[in-house]
Design a protein around this ligand. Sequence first.
Ligand code: FES
Ligand code: FE
Length: 466
Amino acid sequence: MKDVYEILEELKSSIEGGYPELPLSMYASRELFELEMKKLWPRVWHFLAHESEIPNEGDYVLRYIGPNVSVIVAKGDDGKIRAFLNVCRHRGRAFSKVDRGNASFFRCPYHFWTYSNKGDLVGIPQDETFSNVLDRSKYGLIPVRIENYKGFIFGNLDGKAESLENYLGEFKWYLDLAIRGGDVEVYGNPIRWVVNMSWKAPVDNFGSDSYHIPFTHRSTYSISANPLKLEDVGLQPPEGVKKVPGGFSGYQFASAKGHGGGITSLYDITQENLDKIKELPVPEKIYQIYPPGLLEHLKGKLSEDQLLALKMEMLTLAITRIRVFPNLALIVHSLFSGEERQKYVQDYLLRVWRPVDVDKTEVLTYCLVPKSANEDYKRASYRQCIFMQDASGILDVDDVENWIMQTRMSASVIGNNVKLPMVQRLKEGPVEDFPLPHSKEVQVFREPADKSSLAWWKRYVEILLS
Ligand code: FES
Ligand code: FE
């Protein structure tokens, strides 16, 4: 039986050899899961919270990095956001089980040691029994390094890791587009559920796999959640923008740092029609789908090029998908929901796939809304997000069955022997004439492709073998 390093080496050499094949066991091997706990989760930047979730002093949320490192993100009485390991310094109990709240102090239920929301140890019952030898200042909560990227708070267990800015690298351009320059907020509480699947199955799909959309989601599209067409709001495609026969078109992004994503549409997006889109006004009716005045509002928050990409998304009703390595995804959809009150409103989803076990994943769904939108729009977008993407959301129901079945096969005895080809558009190089930024670090390809997925696996192997 091959060990985990042999399998990783095999994947590495198949990528380097020019014909990438993924061993099926990569999804749900127990050895790999354990290696991830040692080498992956303690080193990567991990999305923890959005600052809109903790607007007031004393607000806090409980989150995880990897399977079992529990972290509190709190806004202190001084207005500063900090993160701490959810570990009491006395005997190591996780002191909080509460998902979110507001508190000046955290008190551990075991022996009532008490910490301020700035992390200081401020209360020890029967203090005198500690013989005056215990220096309180040494036993505050253990801080987790955080960085705030335009409202998105990431944590890293490795104090020496590269900065978040470097970690994101040139992919920030695409991330900024998806997060609308930071002009978004979380609406409602994140929705959580657990699925019997490996976290890597959905991660491989989100951000990379536009290929599955017309097939896996065919039945859904046939009854209720069709990708919205311009005709639905009484518009025609802009001159030069054609429908793609029988599927989706667009571009896929792949970063050497493991990030990826794409812009996918029912309409063909080319250099030529992008030039035309540049000149076109945005019809008022598009603002039935997008918050009124969005493009104007984002001037100054996004560059000219980013505004053009957003306009392209709007005028072709494209789906924008972004995946930040390893397990964060953002998707902005224009889907027809069939329900009168919300049928044209975009839904906007942030998703974290947290491994709980090798074949168990907690799905965290945050519904995002544009900060600048009015309350009616926010509410409708939130309802759309729930309708599409919560535990019974019509899209997730289609998807999870695939990922559960993949995981089962991966964990079985055949997992090491079955190889999966990662060769969609293998022979096609990056698109050089795509007018949005691309470089050696972030390359752009035609959709659908395996390129973004491949970039993710490449980075994953690098980290696990390092
Ligand atoms: Fe927390 Fe003892 S373990 S007070
Ligand atoms: Fe899907």
